[in-house]
Design a protein around this ligand. Structure first.
Ligand code: ADP
Length: 586
């Protein structure tokens, strides 16, 4: 080997340093060592390249060659993404397993898309039409749930379609030929590539103003998320992050789901990998995977792959957004991603910031969440799409002052704080209603009034007000006992308890309870609040025995209000009337 060839000079875990790399580019993909492990250049200094390697580097040593590929780390986009489970650099796990067995995948090439599968392509433009980036060339029924739109790649402007055909094609076959500026022709395929660290372009971002219905009562009613928003779920170990993310994936009204799993312990990701393909989409009765792409980082995968996986995932999510879909991306847990960044930064001997995380943790976190948004898609047909990002964070010991939580909270507008104490009491979802918030409430003002009820916000405010008052009253009760409370205060406690137990508590594993449409949520809360409103009418009576209210049989109906049919508004009204007459009869 001549001494101007790129060779390894140092190996430090997932980081390899190579010399003679003058011709390499930042973020270029290289093949490392005799086995050709996949790596990416992340620092270049006078011919010395620091390469993060996406595979186990044990046994690789100085003197082995490094081969630049001339490409930046990219994902292959096209039909066939859905239903696939990938590793962090978009290699399908199934293909890796077939090639090498589960534990020994090294230096394996595996295309993101199945290169042999044929798809039925139906053109939506014809010869002679002029097309530009983002225009839909045609469609492919990717799964029974999702129609894949084949888009003119970003970068092409005012191209004349010379040829386009319907037919049965592989992703690499030419489906259209266009004439670009200067008279050159260009063949277009169903697949295209996009560098993962670069956000895909859209025409512009819109102010998100549509509720992302999750069916979760605590979430939709009190801490709502919008299509195109960003949310953070911090919670200590065992507080329900994974269950919450999976419940969201199952029930939220996004059309496409991208799920990035970074397991905490070895077997946790394995559980997700086994469980997810079994999940059924409650709206269609079809497997949830038909509208899902999964990225899995099992604990036997190197940290660098984990670092890349969030970018791989979000690029795929943007691609479906660009087709005009509402996409939801769940990342569980982003703390593992941040730790991967910390480890690599440490190997690069960069100056550490807070708790050893690199100083750029904040900017990387912001860049990631800023890829969320509701957009006008590129293309001439006024498509709109949205990408919603929901990131779980696992702060050690549940302490939110640590850097990953802080940086995430800075850039996300919804905070669903999971609480160890609530989880311990088995109050699920363990979302702490006093600490959580949503900054999207103003965005949803019109939506809720129009789609749910004109007095929606009043009912919500009253419900939240009672919960907040309850926590103050509990302090008083602790100090001086319940006897010191006034009639109204006792009524507050009674109603707030019902809000907690009959409204906020929701069992994700009970198919009847797991999903509640916003209209029903509103009816439920209003019915519970009727106890308070009607009870207040008795407040001015002297020496009233509060027990009489507590013992009213009609309160049993309130505990069952979640079982009422969402469509049957009369049934909710009936319970409210019954409460009113029972209280009036006292
Ligand atoms: P984490 O990911 O935060 O470590 P998990 O999501 O694995 O926690 O949740 C721990 C356990 O709590 C679950 O196995 C389940 O028994 C229970 N749990 C969490 N959320 C819910 C929920 N919404 N409904 C019912 N049970 C839940």
């Amino acid at each position: 080997m001549s001494d101007t060839q790129p060779v390894i000079v140092k190996v430090a875990g997932p980081l390899v340093v190579a010399k003679n790399m003058e011709k390499a580019q930042m973020y270029e993909v290289v093949r490392v060592g005799d086995e050709g492990l996949v790596g990416e250049v992340i620092r270049l200094e006078e011919g010395l390249a620091s390469i993060q390697v996406y595979e186990e580097t044990a046994g690789v040593g100085p003197g082995e060659p490094v081969k630049p590929t001339g490409k930046t780390l990219s994902v292959e986009l096209g039909p066939g993404l859905l239903e696939t489970i990938y590793d962090g650099v978009q290699r399908p796990l199934k293909v890796l397993e077939e090639k090498t067995g589960y534990f020994l995948a090294r230096g394996i090439d595996a295309d993101g898309l199945d290169q042999n599968k044929k798809w039925d392509f139906v053109p939506t433009v014809k010869t002679g039409d002029t097309v530009s980036e983002g225009d839909v060339l045609g469609t492919v029924q990717e799964t029974s749930l999702i129609l894949h739109k084949v888009l003119v790649p970003i970068g092409i402007q005012d191209a004349k379609v010379k040829k386009i055909e319907s037919g049965h094609f592989k992703v690499s076959d030419t489906i259209a030929t266009v004439e670009v500026k200067g008279g050159k022709t260009q063949d277009l395929q169903m697949r295209q590539y996009w560098p993962i660290r670069e956000a895909r372009k859209a025409k512009n971002k819109r102010i998100p103003d549509t509720l992302m219905k999750t069916g979760g009562r605590s979430v939709d009613m009190f801490f709502p998320l919008v299509h195109g928003g960003a949310a953070c779920i911090p919670g200590p170990f065992g507080s329900g992050k994974t269950v919450t993310q999976q419940t969201l994936a199952k029930y939220c009204d996004a059309q496409v789901i991208v799920y990035i799993g970074c397991g905490e312990r070895g077997n946790e990701m394995t559980d997700v990998l086994n469980e997810f393909p079994e999940l059924i989409d409650p709206n269609t009765g079809e497997p949830l995977m038909r509208r899902t792409v999964m990225i899995a980082n099992t604990s036997n995968m190197p940290v660098a792959a984990r670092e890349a996986s969030v970018y791989t995932g979000i690029t795929i999510a943007e691609y479906y957004r660009d087709m005009g879909y509402n996409v939801a991306l769940m990342a569980d847990s982003t703390s593992r991603w941040a730790e991967a960044m910390r480890e690599i930064s440490g190997r690069l001997e960069e100056m550490p910031g807070e708790e050893g995380y690199p100083a750029y943790l904040g900017s990387k976190t912001a860049e990631f969440y800023e890829r969320a948004g509701a957009v006008d898609c590129l293309g001439s047909d006024d498509r709109q799409g949205a990408l919603t990002v929901i990131g779980a964070v696992s702060p050690p010991g549940g302490d939110l002052s640590e850097p990953v939580s802080q940086n995430t909270l800075r850039v996300t507008k919804v905070f669903w704080g999971l609480d160890a104490k609530l989880a311990y009491q088995r109050h699920f979802p363990a979302i702490n209603w006093l600490k959580s918030y949503s900054l999207y409430v103003p965005n949803l003002d019109k939506y809720m009034k129009e789609h749910v009820a004109p007095d929606y916000w009043d009912v919500r405010a009253e419900g939240m007000g009672l919960l907040q008052e309850e926590s103050k009253l509990e302090e008083i009760v602790k100090l001086v006992g319940p006897e010191a409370l006034s009639f109204r205060e006792k009524l507050v406690l009674l109603t707030a308890k019902s809000i907690r137990e009959d409204f906020l508590y929701q069992d994700s594993f009970n198919p009847v309870d797991a999903y509640t449409i916003p209209q029903k949520q509103y009816q439920m809360l209003k019915t519970i609040l009727t106890m308070y409103w009607e009870g207040l009418k008795l407040a001015d009576r002297e020496e009233f025995d509060f027990k009489k209210i507590e013992e009213l049989p009609v309160l049993q109906k309130v505990t069952k209000v979640k079982e009422l049919d969402a469509e049957d508004l009369k049934a909710f009204e009936k319970v409210r009337d019954d409460i009113a007459s029972a209280m009036a009869g006292l």
